[in-house]
Design a protein around this ligand. Structure first.
Ligand code: ADP
Ligand code: MG
Length: 388
């Protein structure tokens, strides 16, 4: 699929701008293996880059204008570099243009001295499906601009630039996980991120040699109280940390949970217990991958789901059904993923069982009178790169 997109984006660039691009860059979407609602508690997450990518064809101009096009729109967005400001751009173009602005804001480049750029985007990362099409566009454009403008920047800082653009230019309050995964992903690996220090390293997952794959089950359910629920959980975590005398739940260990139970009301305690045990599960998953490989992490995935269902209370019946059906039909482990109140689950599955699982999940959803879910496999893949 990606081969085609490379040709398509080059052709679209030539059609829109009447020239060949100077180069082609890409960056992937991501999924999260384990570590949910731990990022804003300064804890650990374990996402991976997926085999769906956003491609950016780009080239320098001889004036001081940036133009960007995408299959999102028939119109090419155009702005003078000197006019780049958070309230000057709205809609999808804020993602790519925000990167140019953020590179200047974070002192990687003097925006008053750089030439203009033409950019064309093409992507097979599904939008709004919890696979971070936003980090993919940020990574691809960031990589392209850094090379075209001759900026020396490492991948971790490029991830920070992406987050900064998304927070300050687009106005979406996201953490660093998506950008780190998109920029630092490696084939058949997960990215172990410490959200406090923002240090990250790739950890081999070894799905290929174990004949495993990861199935995403998108329930297509989105509950109205998702935003309110998310805010409420964040507030509970902050209240729990304050009551325990720590700056964030990162500083609470599993051994300290009995004391937390005495100090906190039941609901706050269970919110805290999810975050504290989830952090430990991420560390345990990294250790289990090193010692026993991916077949050894199933129970950790299952336990993560139970914790989100019972302690954090962010699952919904459709997600529980997806997870249970996967577990009953041969998955090594399964869990809901993302913010909760809908969205997707993931299952670690022997390759040969994928179709059986898909049939079983479709059947279970039909039996319960739920709308049909969308299921597809994802392969842990390489992060942002220059393509040509
Ligand atoms: P996701 O979970 O997919 O990251 P977000 O709401 O964070 O969802 O980001 C999606 C937004 O990113 C889209 O609405 C659009 O504005 C922008 N975007 C993503 N991919 C592209 C693309 N290929 N071209 C233009 N804009 C894109
Ligand atoms: Mg996003």
């Amino acid at each position: 699929m990606s081969e085609d997109l490379r040709d398509i984006v080059r052709r679209e660039f030539a059609e829109a701008y009447g020239a060949e691009p100077a180069g082609l860059w890409s960056s992937p979407g991501r999924a999260n293996l384990i570590g949910e609602h731990t990022d804003y508690n300064e804890g650990f997450v374990l996402p991976f880059a997926i085999d769906r990518r956003t491609f950016a064809a780009a080239g320098l101009r001889d004036d001081r204008v940036i133009r960007v096009g995408s299959t999102f729109s028939d119109e090419v967005a155009e702005i003078a570099i000197d006019e780049l400001a958070p309230d000057a751009v709205s809609g999808w173009a804020a993602y790519p243009l925000g990167i140019a602005w953020a590179l200047g804001q974070r002192s990687h480049v003097d925006l008053a001295a750089v030439p203009g750029v033409d950019i064309m985007l093409e992507s097979d990362v599904p939008v709004g499906a919890g696979l971070s099409s936003s980090a993919a566009i940020e990574g691809a454009v960031g990589f392209a601009l850094a090379e075209l403008w001759g900026i020396e920047i490492d991948r971790v800082e490029l991830a920070r630039v992406g987050r900064y653009a998304e927070n300050e230019f687009v106005g979406a309050p996201t953490g660093i996980m998506d950008q780190m995964a998109s920029l630092l992903g490696q084939d058949d690996s997960v990215v172990f991120i410490d959200c406090r220090s923002e240090e990250a390293e790739a950890v081999p997952l070894r799905l290929a040699e174990n004949d495993l794959t990861i199935l995403v089950i998108d329930t297509q359910v989105e509950h109205q109280h998702a935003n309110g629920g998310y805010r409420e959980r964040r507030a509970s975590c902050e209240a729990g940390a304050a009551a325990l005398g720590v700056s964030s739940l990162r500083d609470v260990t599993v051994d300290e949970l009995p004391r937390a139970r005495e100090l906190l009301d039941d609901v706050t305690f269970r919110r805290v217990r999810h975050v504290v045990t989830e952090n430990q599960r991420v560390l345990d998953t990294v250790a289990a991958l090193a010692s026993g490989g991916p077949l050894a992490i199933g129970e950790l995935l299952d336990a993560s789901h139970r914790s989100m269902r019972d302690d954090f209370e962010i699952s919904v019946p459709e997600l529980d059904l997806a997870v249970e059906t996967a577990q009953e039909n041969g998955a090594i482990g399964a869990r809901m993923t993302g913010g909760g109140f809908g969205g997707s689950a993931i299952a670690l599955v022997p390759r040969g069982l994928v179709s059986r699982l898909q049939v079983a999940i479709d059947g279970a959803f039909a039996e319960h009178g739920y709308g049909q879910p969308v299921t597809f496999t994802v392969t842990p893949s390489e992060g942002a790169r220059r393509e040509a």
